[in-house]
Design a protein around this ligand. Sequence first.
Ligand SMILES: Nc1ncnc2c1ncn2[C@@H]1O[C@H](COP(=O)(O)OP(=O)(O)O)[C@@H](O)[C@H]1O
Ligand SMILES: [Mg+2]
Length: 406
Amino acid sequence: MKVVLLAPAYPPEMPHFTRGLAELGVEVLGVGDHSVGSLPPMVKRSLHDYLQVPRIMDEADTIPRVHAWLRGREIDRIESLWEPLVLLAARLRERLGVPGMSHDAVLGFRDKQLMKERIAAAGLRVPRSRRVRSEAEVWAAAEAIGYPLILKPIAGAGSADTYRVDDRAAMERLLPRIRHVQEASCEEFVDGEEFTYDTICVDGRPVYENVAQYLPRPLIARTNEWISPVICTVRDLAQPAIRPGIELGRQVLHALGMGSGFTHMEWYRKADGEVVFGEIGCRPGGARLVDQMNYTGDVDLFREWGRAIAFGRFGGSTERLYNTAIIFKRALGQGRITRVEGLNELYRRYGRWICAVDLLPVGAQRRNWLQTLVSDGWMMIRHPEWRSALEIANAAATEVTLYAGG
Ligand SMILES: Nc1ncnc2c1ncn2[C@@H]1O[C@H](COP(=O)(O)OP(=O)(O)O)[C@@H](O)[C@H]1O
Ligand SMILES: [Mg+2]
């Protein structure tokens, strides 16, 4: 079994997917823009062969290079688990006649307007929305949809350039600030709680499912620096508050023609219980969500993803043992980290429930919290009871503080 994996070293989850495939006896052929020398040891160890390309994002340049490199080899799969490269993987599959999702199917997971149109056509609830490419189109869409509304890039990520707009005056103020966005989606604002629905699929059939809740909603977390955003996996997927979201998710996978691999969907639950589709990608969630799911069931989804795409099976346990929360921290002050408070006390009270801590060390330069959800570091905790998990997460969010200065 030979699998081509695009960008095996980046983002930080990818070395583990590379490792997972290799552990199953798969020959992993990597393509990326890292030099061989700068590949992490785990990747080097796991790769059978590697092609360095000058610009992996440049489809027109990369496709012929990969084609030439693979000439004469029988390739079974071509995969990418990173959003910006899922279309390139599909193009390569089509060019080389390798099985897997078509370019058109993947586009349904990448273009936020097309995905909503396809899902709505299947009779499922999506926010009312329009694709907009000019200020005139924005005004016309706002007229049709009404306020409050959401304006966001068609191919956005991490809530970048995403705005809630409450009225015409706010729209007037916003438009000059988002001229750099070429194509946007203008959407009905859906008020409610926000969740994920994550799967590993084999030929469109989920063999692993997960739900996590965002606390608070991502757009609010990204607009307020003082917040320590929390995401908590939900242990009990059978509860009535969660089932409709899972049902929606399964129907969305069907409507979009999912093949094999990871999916990461977001959905909203309104106060009246109605569930509304948010967005979906045919790749795993970032910001350590795969680790979080692994801690939820004591499984290795890095490897089980590999088994699913290469051999069409899931070999892990789907039993859910914990609610696992990740807490992202943003330091107070600018510059370098000067001290961390509250961590010892957190360990004293809840040590047995803490899975991992990865905070910036004293002396390190702060990260840009607007560019990375991981911010200045994170803590991961878990507990079999939902309320206790939230209590510990809340303690980590409010009682552990990083300070920066100088
Ligand atoms: N129609 C909507 N109604 C309410 N909130 C929305 C809507 N669209 C986006 N948001 C908010 O903005 C965030 C980012 O939007 P999303 O579509 O998930 O894009 P991305 O995560 O790719 O940046 C969402 O998590 C949600 O909090
Ligand atoms: Mg999102």
